[in-house]
Structure formats: structure tokens, C-alpha cells
Design a protein around this ligand. Structure first.
Ligand code: DGJ
Length: 494
């Protein structure tokens, strides 16, 4: 038994409650429409676009919950394992999804769930990572295990399966070498087949690399330690004979500066920590680095979590930030902001894409969809205003459900919303924190000549400028669709 002395995740102080200003991009609705995979038949990989700082959806249209996760490639599929939690943040399952292109993810159910073992019925499981043992032909899942109430247990847990999707058999939890606290965790298999587990020890002050036993299900020895550096969220990968350890600082759910260290031997010597990315990893925390090996190249894809509680939401609101890593030299790492990235798993190319925010211009007035006074508040009215370059006129169109999109405004990150889900004619259109309501979901219908009708899902009414006004500050409302040009809009790249 261990004393519980860490705060519950939901009671942890939010260090930065402030709203994160948008890096959200305008994505072409067509590019965002998920193409369902035929079960059992790998789809042809092609270039796909991922929009960062969004929730992803699986091929059935459900929000994809695989947080703190890791990806392993087996035959033609990438398998993504990650956290799914109950609304009280406790463990629900380790989910597993598969994809050939890293965009279209088919849910394959739960690899491990609350019912898998008695100690998982009321628990917390974080950062599951699966590695494959070529000798035993077993898939081995390493996880961080807590009691579901606080972070006092600080244990590592193991589950195994002879098939990639599982279900995995839970093998129990423990403190490595019977002594070390073990929180944020990852696992890594070296070229020579040696397995390693890396986890945060001593209240996250120390980071440990453990060599695993030959079957990967237990810890054999402590191979390396970073005492006192206070790093968590480890991700280890190897490129051209150089090991890169990417980590975050320890600030609860809030993003912070990610740092990396390199070595040519896993036991060291390791370089001093160096910064990678901006001071918040573009609003995210490391969970994994995935080598994407293709016919032309191998790219290294940073997988980050943008935790919901870090931007004023709850855990289930958590989003993803995936970015290509750059290597200015064999031992240095860089990561740039990219609202969208493109991935081609066939060639291995992963590239940052330029921003594609757009203005949304009314056909009748030539004026732009605008959040009044650049307000960041919920309920701020939407008006039309002379087009400019301000971010309160720049919108990111993202798929919200099959055939429907959200329009998220760049300056506030909030969504175009019909007030109080009203279905009334001339009901006000506002900005509001993005959610799953159908009053934030819009259908873009072709109105000809490059113009669109923007139709609210919940009401079937059209986005319109009040009384077909051409004046600055005229209110934007929903109105019965009538085919007029005051109800037609054009997206123009900002
Ligand atoms: C940061 C860790 O990296 C996450 O996995 C999670 O434990 C949160 N802290 C909880 O605050």
C-alpha cells in the first residue's frame, strides 16, 4: 500500500485558464470528409490532410478517444492505442483503432477495459504503449496505473496478447524494481530486440529508462536516470543511430515547453535538454513519435495531446496536435507550427501545410462574416463588416459530422452558433465555445457561381444578413432559405 498524496486530476489547479488563441486552420470540407475503410480490406494509402487542434473522428463518425496514446505498425495497418476515460476521468478502456493512411481510423474496440481485471474496475490508466516481442510473439502493453482517485499509486502495469488487437490479458501493476514510483510512461524496442520502458519516478522529479526482461513483461534493471530534471510525457525514438528522448515539463493538463536529449547509446551519455517547438508545443504535450517509413523516406511524426482541461474544457474535449519533426542535423530536432499537415504513408512524406483560414464573404454586400469588436466572449454577435485581415474575420471549416462542418473563428477559437439552438426565423447567430450541438453544425450547399448556402443543421435555416443590408455591422442571422444573394457566401483564402 502506498500513501496517496497527489491531487485528483480533476482537482488539479489549472495553471493557465486563459483561452488559447486559434492556430486553427480552414480545411476544405471535402478534404475533411472521412472515407470509410472496408472492414478487413486495407485501403490504398494516398495523401491525406490532418487538421491540428481538433478532435479526430473514426470512420463511423464517432469522436476518436485514444489520448496519451502510441501507434505501432503491424503488416499494412497502423494501430493506435490510447486512453478512453469515464466522465469522472477514471479508466474506461484502452481503445484500439487501425488505419493505413493515419487519417481514416477504424475503431477495433477495446484492447483492455474496466472488466479486464478487478483492479481495473475502479482505476486510472494513462499513456498505454504497445510493443511486440519477436521471440515470444506476444504484444506487450505498458501503462501507467493509478487507483482512479489520485496519483499516489504511481505504478507501471502490463498486459499481453498474442494478437495485436487483443483483448489483452492484464498481468498486474507494480513499482519498477519494487521501489520506484512510475507515472508517465513509454516503451521502446531497440534494433537488437532489447526492450525498454521509460517512466517518470520520484514524484516526476526523475526520469528513468529501464531495461526490460527478455519477454518485455517485467523490468530487469535501471539503465539510465535523469535525476531532478522534472520531465514527464516521455517519447523515445531512434534515427540514424541517434536516440532522441522527447519530454514535457510537469504542469498538469497545461502545455509547456517540450525538450529533447540525444545519445548514441541508450545508457548515455545523453546531451543536455534542448527546446523543441514553441513554449507550449503549439498547445500540446508529447505522447509519442511515430516513424512513418515509406518508399521515398522515413518521416518522424510528433503525436501530441491537447488536453481539454488545459483549454477550459473537460478531458473528453481533448484534441490532437500532430506535427512533422525536422532534423537540422543528425543530433538536433525542430518542430514548426502547422495548422494542418499532409501525410502520405506510401512514400513516408509528412509535411506541414500552410494555413488555409478563409474569410466568408456575403454575395449581396461583399462584406465579411465578422465577430463583433473582435470579442472573445461567448454569445458575441456575428455581423458583416468590410473585409480586412483581422483574425475575427478568419474562419476554419472543419468536419463536425458526416456532411456537416463547424466554422471556428481564428481569434477566439469559438464556433459559429445559432443562439440557444433557436429554430426561429431571424434568430441571432453568435460565437460560442465549440461543442457537439447541431446548432453549431452547418451544411455547405452549392449555390452556383462559387457561392454557398450555409444551412444550420438543427433548423434547416440559412445563414443570412438581416434585411439584405449592405451596411457595416448589419447582424447575421438564420433565416428561412429563400435563394437570395444575402444568403449566399463565398470562402476566400485569408
Ligand atoms: C500530465 C501527464 O503527462 C498526463 O498524462 C496526465 O497525467 C496529466 N498530467 C494529469 O494532470
Amino acid at each position: 500500500m502506498f500513501e496517496s498524496n497527489a491531487a485528483s486530476p480533476r482537482l488539479r489547479p489549472r495553471l493557465r485558464r486563459g483561452r488559447r488563441l486559434g492556430l486553427l486552420s480552414l480545411a476544405l470540407a471535402g478534404a475533411l470528409a472521412g472515407a470509410a475503410l472496408n472492414a478487413g480490406a486495407p485501403a490504398e494509402a494516398a495523401t491525406v490532410t490532418i487538421t491540428n487542434r481538433t478532435q479526430f473522428r473514426d470512420t463511423a463518425g464517432n469522436v476518436l478517444h485514444a489520448h496519451g496514446g502510441g501507434i505501432i505498425k503491424v503488416d499494412s495497418y497502423y494501430y493506435w492505442f490510447g486512453e478512453s476515460r469515464n466522465s469522472d476521468y477514471s479508466f474506461r478502456a484502452v481503445t484500439v483503432y487501425r488505419s493505413t493512411d493515419l487519417k481514416n481510423w477504424e475503431s477495433r474496440g477495446n484492447a483492455l477495459s474496466q472488466g479486464s481485471a478487478s483492479e481495473l474496475a475502479s482505476a486510472n490508466i494513462e499513456r498505454p504503449k504497445v510493443i511486440y516481442n519477436r521471440s515470444t510473439k506476444q504484444y506487450v502493453m505498458w501503462m501507467h496505473k493509478e487507483n482512479g482517485k489520485d496519483y499516489g499509486e504511481a505504478r507501471a502495469a502490463v498486459a499481453t496478447s498474442s494478437t495485436i488487437e487483443g483483448p489483452y490479458s492484464y498481468r498486474g501493476s507494480f513499482r519498477p524494481l519494487n521501489q520506484h514510483m512510475s507515472r508517465d510512461i513509454t516503451a521502446f524496442v531497440d534494433d537488437d530486440g532489447t526492450g525498454y520502458m521509460i517512466s517518470a519516478a520520484r514524484e516526476n522529479y526523475d526520469l528513468h529508462v529501464y531495461k526490460l526482461t527478455a519477454d518485455y513483461t517485467n523490468v530487469a534493471s535501471l539503465a539510465r536516470s535523469w535525476p531532478g530534471d522534472h520531465r514527464e510525457a516521455p517519447a523515445l525514438f531512434k534515427r540514424n543511430g541517434v536516440y532522441f528522448m522527447v519530454t514535457s515539463g510537469a504542469t498538469g493538463w497545461d502545455p509547456n515547453q517540450q525538450k529533447y536529449s540525444t545519445a548514441t547509446s541508450i545508457t548515455g551519455s545523453w546531451s543536455a535538454w534542448q527546446n523543441v517547438g514553441d513554449s507550449t508545443a503549439f498547445g500540446s504535450q508529447t505522447t509519442f513519435v511515430l516513424p512513418v517509413q515509406g518508399s521515398l523516406t522515413t518521416s518522424y511524426l510528433y503525436l501530441g495531446d491537447r488536453w481539454g482541461p488545459g483549454f477550459g474544457g473537460v478531458y473528453a474535449d481533448s484534441q490532437y496536435v500532430w506535427l512533422p519533426l525536422r532534423f537540422p542535423s543528425n543530433t538536433t530536432l525542430a518542430m514548426d507550427s502547422s495548422p494542418q499537415i499532409t501525410i502520405d504513408t506510401a512514400t513516408g512524406e509528412v509535411t506541414g501545410a500552410t494555413s488555409s483560414y478563409s474569410t466568408v464573404v456575403n454575395r449581396n454586400s461583399g462584406k465579411c462574416l465578422d465577430v463583433v469588436n473582435g470579442s472573445s466572449e461567448n454569445n458575441a454577435e456575428i455581423i458583416q463588416y468590410a473585409c480586412g485581415t483581422a483574425h475575427n474575420q478568419q474562419w476554419n471549416v472543419q468536419e463536425a459530422a458526416a456532411g456537416y462542418v463547424n466554422l471556428q473563428v481564428r481569434h477566439s477559437g469559438k464556433c459559429l452558433d445559432v443562439v440557444s439552438s433557436s429554430t426561429a426565423d431571424k434568430a441571432k447567430v453568435i460565437q460560442y465555445a465549440c461543442g457537439s450541438g447541431t446548432n453549431q453544425q452547418w451544411q455547405l450547399q452549392d449555390a452556383g457561381n462559387g457561392y454557398l448556402r450555409v444551412v444550420a443543421r438543427h433548423s434547416g435555416k440559412c445563414l443570412a444578413v438581416t434585411d439584405a443590408s449592405t451596411a457595416n455591422s448589419a447582424r447575421v442571422v438564420q433565416a428561412v432559405c429563400d435563394g437570395s444573394t444575402a444568403q449566399q457566401w463565398q470562402r476566400k483564402t485569408a
